[in-house]
Design a protein around this ligand. Structure first.
Ligand SMILES: [Zn+2]
Length: 291
């Protein structure tokens, strides 16, 4: 079953909700980046947030970036999402030496720091939102970000559950947002339900689908699922793009690389794909630039 996301409204449009399953996405990140358990969880949570927030993009050219910087050993995490369900990301430190038997807490791995959200809508200046981390557990940090930076009352839940070998057993999350005209009664009702909702890890462990997670929450709030979309870990890097990056280093550096006489290896941060350029390739590149 591929990962997918459902969009819904509830209480006559006073609430909008998004829920997603991201097991395959997070396992892909784990495989390509060789992440240790705590990094799989931290990166998995941020990728899940990327899938949820990416689905709110209205313009197809828009690109969303979620960046966490912290003083913990993970140092930072970067995730990008487009409006078509494509999400990718990496951790600045992929392996913290922790094991499934001796797990580290995500908040300890991240430490104190900040969350930056960049919405590049193809305009001159991208929208940049910024907030300090309040817990380092990512979901609470996003809730705080929405309240402070976008003034939207939001409930965020993100979870990644691992198998004993460190592979991903379950992953997913939800975002619930109140519209400005939400009645007090609806808010109280939702707060009560959310207080009684099991943790995301428990819901995932019970094998709940995104639809079932939302149905559980909005049992008395008239849930209306409007859209179902596929989401995935996908990197759009290519030899062409990497070649452009290599051209950007300039003629002088290219000449030096050629003089070294060794293959140049370029790695994509997002998917760890290796691109090798032989001295012959570099010579051809230099020739093309000078033309
Ligand atoms: Zn890539």
């Amino acid at each position: 079953m591929p990962d997918y996301l459902v969009k819904a409204t509830a209480a006559n449009g006073q609430i909008r909700a998004f829920a997603v399953s991201t097991k395959a996405m997070v396992e892909t990140a784990h495989t390509v980046h060789h992440t240790s358990p705590v990094v799989t969880q931290a990166l998995g949570r941020l990728l899940t947030a990327g899938a949820l927030m990416g689905s709110m993009i209205k313009n197809h050219d828009e690109l969303l970036t979620l960046k966490i910087a912290g003083d913990g050993p993970i140092k930072g995490l970067l995730v990008t999402a487009d409006g078509q369900g494509n999400v990718k990301g990496y951790s600045y430190a992929p392996d913290l030496g922790d094991t499934p038997a001796a797990p580290m807490a995500v908040s300890d791995a991240i430490g104190d720091g900040s969350l930056t959200i960049i919405k590049d809508m193809g305009l001159k200046e991208p929208y940049v939102g910024f907030s300090p981390l309040v817990s380092g557990e990512i979901a609470e940090d996003l809730t705080y970000y929405y309240a402070k930076s976008e003034q939207i009352p939001t409930s965020v839940s993100l979870g990644v559950l691992l198998n004993d070998d460190g592979s991903v057993k379950q992953a997913g999350g939800f975002i619930i947002q109140l519209m400005p005209f939400t009645e007090e009664e609806t808010i109280l009702n939702l707060e009560k339900v959310l207080a009684n909702t099991s943790s995301m890890t428990k819901l995932l462990d019970a094998g709940k689908t995104p639809e079932e997670i939302l149905k559980n929450i909005f049992v008395d709030l008239d849930l209306n699922i409007t859209t179902t979309e596929i989401t995935r870990f996908l990197c759009n890097c290519s030899r062409d793009r990497v070649t452009k990056a290599l051209i950007a280093v300039g003629e002088k550096d290219l000449e030096e690389m050629i003089a070294d006489g060794e293959n140049v290896e370029m790695n994509c941060d997002f998917c760890s794909e290796k691109y090798t350029f032989t001295t012959e390739d570099l010579r051809a590149l230099l020739k093309a630039i000078r033309k």
